[in-house]
Write a protein that binds this ligand. Structure first.
Ligand code: PEP
Ligand code: MN
Length: 341
């Protein structure tokens, strides 16, 4: 349920509604627009039935929110959310590119990657330290040592950093080193992990589950937000379909759907979305054209010797070329990127 106040409603009227909701055991979420304030109500709305909220001063109307996700719902918060990370705004005018290797392998590999990322105008360095690999015999990541290297590379090259967390222990470690926590596709419905991430103060990049609907994805975001952390960034990374020509089927339409259903920023990962470097740049361009707020791209100084996801990683030259294309597309889309700003 949302309570829409009349244009330019008085502050006392808004406060009176919030007080009423709190006294009724409900939670109020305020969204103040230029003219109209919306109060989102979370809790058992039956409790409101006898309260005659419509009759309160400056109340315009009550609208039921039928979706089970509320805080991530655009009806609760019509303006797009802009998430600040250092001096970067995700979901704002500028397109944000997060790039780097699938996994942190060594200081040399990571620093080489960070240099490429920085020089191409990308703002955020990615790199996995806790790797959720399909086979337990594949490289599992450098764990806390990898996070330390990420923090050093971020410092050295002036990049914010994002890294995946796969357990409570990983969250505890990552809080010391990273700017954004990543929850990977395999953990999108690990509700205890989502709640733990929701208890931190760090923005959370939430990847779409391998076989999750958009509704399930937005409910996963709700798990994080309902713990008090509003800073969730959605990342479309492809879903399982019958198609075998690509690793996953990148659902570009999810960008348009999310823009209609949620105020949260949406970025696209065409690397995991396709699994093959040849498809990464075309899908990155498609994502930006569809209205994505940014991209996550796997880049490796030498993809042929990468310890994970080499086939889908761009080499430095290809990544630099993609960033130039994104710069052009960004301006067509009325946005900016890199040196354009
Ligand atoms: C990753 O970004 O390193 C990763 C494992 O991605 P996903 O969770 O989308 O598979
Ligand atoms: Mn990867």
């Amino acid at each position: 349920m949302i309570i829409v106040m009349k244009p330019r409603a008085k502050e006392e009227s808004i406060k009176a509604i919030i007080r009423l909701l709190e006294d009724t055991g409900l939670t109020a979420h305020l969204s103040e627009g230029k003219e109209v304030t919306i109060i989102g109500v979370v809790g058992d709305k039956k409790k409101l039935l006898e309260k005659n909220v419509e009759l309160f001063e400056d109340v315009d109307k009550l609208i039921p929110v039928t979706e089970s996700y509320k805080l991530s719902n655009k009806k609760f918060h019509p303006a797009p959310s802009v998430i600040k990370v250092k001096d970067i705004e995700i979901g704002g005018k500028e397109l944000v590119i997060m790039a780097g290797p699938c996994a942190v392998e060594s200081k040399e590999q990571l620093f080489e990657s960070a240099k490429i990322v920085k020089e191409s105008g990308a703002q955020i360095l990615r790199g996995g330290a806790y790797k959720p690999r399909t086979s337990p015999y594949s490289f599992q990541g450098l764990e806390e040592e990898g996070l330390k290297l990420m923090a050093q590379a971020g410092q050295e090259f002036g990049l914010a950093i994002v890294s995946e967390v796969t357990s409570f222990k990983a969250i505890e470690a990552a809080e010391k080193y990273v700017d954004i926590l990543q929850i990977g596709a395999r953990n999108m419905q690990n509700f205890e992990l989502l709640k733990e991430a929701g208890k931190t103060k760090l923005p959370v990049l939430l990847k779409r589950g391998l076989a999750s609907t958009i509704d399930e994805w937005l409910n996963a975001a709700e798990y994080i937000m309902s713990e008090g952390n509003p800073n969730v960034i959605l990342c479309e990374r492809g879903i399982r379909t019958f198609e075998t020509a690509t690793r996953n089927t990148l659902d570009i339409s999810a960008v348009a759907v999310c823009k209609l259903k949620t105020h949260l920023p949406v970025i696209v990962d065409p690397s995991h979305g396709t699994g093959q470097w040849e498809y990464v740049s075309p899908m990155a361009r498609a994502a930006v054209s569809a209205g994505a707020d940014g991209l996550m791209i796997e880049v490796h100084p030498r993809p042929e010797i990468a310890l994970s996801d080499g086939p889908q990683s761009l080499n430095p030259k290809k990544f630099a070329a993609l960033c130039k294309e994104i710069e052009v597309l960004a301006s067509i889309m009325g946005r900016g990127f890199g040196r354009d700003i």
